[in-house]
Design a binder for this molecule. Structure first.
Ligand code: DAT
Ligand code: MG
Length: 138
């Protein structure tokens, strides 16, 4: 069985709040291997590809604007079942509801904005991971 890879993004809220190292350290501490890392000022074109599944949703434009608001730390982590494992470590989408002990639950909150600022992105399937790694590391 080949070792799985996932795309992890520390979103602009995480980078701006100085939490990049904390987030990456938590993923490393769980045991996953960091295999790619770069700081990116995303373009609208890149984000339109990355968030294609969300086009037309009410939070889509606020989400793109948020992701353009500052640098993003893009990383690839590797390990058995890392896609599922990172999603579990990240916690649920809404930081208010995300369980304590998760990245979003411990470090995030609702700021009353049109888009949830929840610190991290993680690929949700092997197909998404392959597609997203190609977008951020081409
Ligand atoms: P996830 O990042 O947990 O995979 P998603 O892919 O459904 O969540 O949505 C992408 C991002 O958009 C998410 O991290 C935060 C924001 N978002 C999702 N649903 C939202 C909603 N109903 N209201 C505001 N922001 C939302
Ligand atoms: Mg998603």
């Amino acid at each position: 069985m080949s070792v799985e890879r996932t795309l992890v993004l520390v979103k602009p809220d995480g980078v701006t709040r100085g939490l990049t190292g904390t987030v990456l350290a938590r993923v490393e501490a769980k045991g996953y291997k960091l295999v790619e890392l770069r700081l990116v000022n995303a373009t609208r074109e890149l984000l339109e590809q990355h968030y294609a599944e969300h086009v037309g949703k009410p939070f889509y434009e606020p989400l793109v604007e948020f992701m353009l608001s500052g640098p993003v730390a893009a990383a690839v982590f590797e390990g058995q079942r890392v896609i599922e494992g990172f999603r579990s470590l990240a916690g649920s989408t809404e930081p208010t509801a995300a369980a304590p002990g998760t990245i979003r639950g411990d470090l995030g909150r609702d700021w009353g904005l049109k888009v949830q600022q929840n610190l991290v992105h993680g690929s949700d399937s092997a197909e998404s991971a392959e597609r997203e790694i190609g977008i951020w590391f081409s």
